[in-house]
Design a protein around this ligand. Structure first.
Ligand code: M6R
Length: 599
């Protein structure tokens, strides 16, 4: 949540900061702002709304300089307003701060500073950092920051510039920060996508470290001020990874990328004879598995339960990371805790995996963002290899998570000495082709989206491994089209939600052919008997179904255990086209942010 970026170098900083903010905008887009330093001091321009608005702000034209910091906000403390937007000044406009995270003890700090005469302009927690710096600043920015950081409770990825110092000083605790190392320029950002094309190399900052960036050098220090040797690595992403490639929205591009992203998840890891994963933990003696995640990642975890229990016979529990972190967790050394996360930065998932690590349990991360906090926190990591996901609604990361969970289930099965089913391995290799066929439902989906875009409610229903698909389909629709949608196990409907069914209620059933088919069919009958409208996703024409359904979407048939990966595609497309037809901002839905780095 919130994106920050900064540059010090030989070029004009403004265009780079604006481009960087656009790339980071998926992290929050309530308001944005930049601060540029030049010989006459610091200049700040801030604006409510998207970065596009900031870019067009006439006040920007007079701002020039080669050092600057910028911020795009997802409001936590204080409404989205120009005053609450970052950067924040101290009282004398000599220091400016951008901050991602939450300062939990800002109230007593603010009271103390106000008593000392500091004047606050915003309602944010972040502004205390600027005033604390002012209190301790005696000409050396890093020294002042090292005095301020121990006073802050909470999380931060922050950057500071001053009127007098030719440098940017940054600090991290619990919110991501990466340095971009170039020739005659140094950058930092909340994530590496903002650095693409600007620098060849990067270095991650660890918690409780600060970095001092100058035009031609940088230094990382620990909280005692001791210099730390940086681990410099190549920035492996390129511009194509963050472009729309002819699609109207990132979300649509990412939906259509899935045959390729699933292929990448499988690549080098599975062939018709077996599975290969580089996991440096012994999984032979694992007796219990706990899967953790939030939102869509929690839905893939639910599918993971079906896959792992079915293929390994090991009991699996699935938990919301936000619940797990505040409960007593009796974990043993024979337990394996798996954290699922696209961004690798979700605060709850990060805290949950840290908690799991306090026990003797083994930890694995299934993460998309390379080098992210969760990836680095887990004992072992399996990368999803989906490439950057920019649309706020997760699509390709979801199918890559499910694919990777499948690989992990097969790997554990092999480790446990159980035989692999060669037929299933062959079927898994057909996934990219079958997902491509499932994408061909788009025209039918567009028709349905046009027909139903003004509906107020939907119920999504599925059974077994397709129950999480019902949840995920409903979440996609809610997130981007703002239509109320509930996901339920289809048999649960009669225990309550059926009271909502009348001739205006549309129920979307996932009813592909597996051992639960007849049961789902009965649930369809129950809705039909109450005049509810039936939309069905199925894999084979069948009179029993066609006679009951008002609308049918046909997807390719596949082994039932793999069906979630095929069945989710029309639901992603449905959510996308409904939102697009309603003229909504598909990639940046209201109130949401891609990476939820606060509680
Ligand atoms: O980056 P993560 O996978 O940890 O994110 C978890 C959720 O915040 C995320 O899946 C969210 O629910 C998405 N908006 C779903 O589309």
């Amino acid at each position: 949540m919130c994106g920050i970026i900064g540059y010090i170098g030989e070029k004009e900083v403004k265009p780079l900061l604006i481009e960087g903010l656009k790339r980071l905008e998926y992290r929050g887009y309530d308001s944005s702002g930049i601060c540029v330093k030049n010989n006459s001091g610091l200049s700040i321009v801030k604006n409510v709304g998207k970065v596009e608005k900031l870019e067009k702000d006439a006040r920007l034209s007079s701002i020039k300089g080669k050092v600057g910091i910028a911020h795009t906000r997802w409001a936590t403390h204080g409404e989205p307003s120009e005053l609450n937007a970052h950067p924040h000044y101290d009282c004398k406009n000599e220091l400016a701060v951008v901050h991602n995270g939450i300062i939990e003890n800002y109230v007593p700090l603010k009271k103390m500073l106000e008593k000392e005469g500091h004047k606050f302009k915003s309602q944010t927690d972040s502004e205390v950092i600027a005033h604390l710096l002012e209190k301790f600043y005696r000409g050396n920015l890093a020294e002042a920051l090292l005095k301020v950081l121990p006073l802050l409770q909470g999380t931060y990825g922050l950057a500071v510039i001053s009127k007098k110092n030719e440098e940017i000083v940054i600090a991290k605790k619990g919110s991501p920060l990466v340095l971009g190392i170039g020739n005659n320029k140094m950058l930092f950002a909340s994530d590496q996508t903002a650095l693409i094309n600007y620098v060849p190399n990067i270095a991650y900052l660890n918690d409780n470290e600060i970095a001092i960036l100058k035009e031609n050098s940088f230094e990382i220090r620990n909280s005692n001020g001791k210099i730390i040797k940086p681990k410099i690595e190549a920035l492996k992403l390129d511009a194509e990874d963050i472009e729309k490639n002819g699609f109207e929205h990132y979300m649509l591009k990412e939906i259509f990328e899935q045959p390729k992203s699933i292929k990448r998840a499988l690549s080098g890891r599975l062939n018709k004879d077996g599975v290969k994963l580089s996991i440096d933990i012994n999984l032979k003696k694992i007796n219990r598995i706990v899967l953790l995640g939030c939102g869509t990642s929690w839905h893939s975890a639910l599918i993971g339960k079906y896959l792992i229990e079915d293929l390994t016979n090991i009991p699996v529990e699935v938990d919301y990371a936000s619940e797990f972190r505040y409960r007593t967790n009796p974990l043993k050394s024979s337990d394996l805790v798996i954290a699922l996360s696209q961004s690798g930065e979700t605060a709850d998932t990060l805290a949950a995996i840290k908690k799991a690590k306090e026990s003797k349990a083994k930890t694995i991360g299934l993460v998309n963002a390379v080098g992210s906090s969760i990836a680095r926190e887990c004992q072992s990591v399996i990368y999803l290899q989906a490439g950057p996901e920019i649309g706020v609604a997760s699509t390709k990361a979801f199918t890559s998570q499910v694919t990777t969970l499948l690989l992990l289930a097969l790997y554990i099965r092999k480790e446990k000495g159980m035989k692999l089913d060669k037929k299933l391995l062959k079927e898994i290799l057909t996934l990219p082709k079958k997902v491509f066929s499932s994408l061909q439902t788009e025209n039918k989906i567009k028709e349905l989206a046009d027909k139903f875009k003004d509906n107020k409610n939907f119920i999504f229903l599925g059974k077994g491994v397709n129950f999480p698909i019902a949840l995920e389909g409903a979440l996609k629709l809610k997130e981007i089209s703002y239509i109320h949608a509930e996901g339920y196990p289809s048999a649960e409907m009669k225990h309550g939600p059926i009271a909502l069914v009348d001739e205006n209620m549309h129920c979307l059933f996932i009813c592909t052919h597996d051992h639960t088919y007849d049961k789902v069919l009965s649930n369809i009958e129950e809705v039909k008997a109450r005049k509810g409208k039936i939309i069905v996703i199925t894999d084979k024409a069948d009179d029993k179904l066609t006679s009951k359904a008002d609308e049918i979407i046909y997807v390719p048939h596949i082994d039932p255990i793999l069906a979630p990966l095929i069945n989710i595609i029309p639901l992603q497309l449905f959510a996308y086209h409904v939102a697009n037809m309603k003229g909504l901002d598909v990639d940046k839905p209201r109130n949401l942010a891609k990476s939820v780095t606060v509680e």
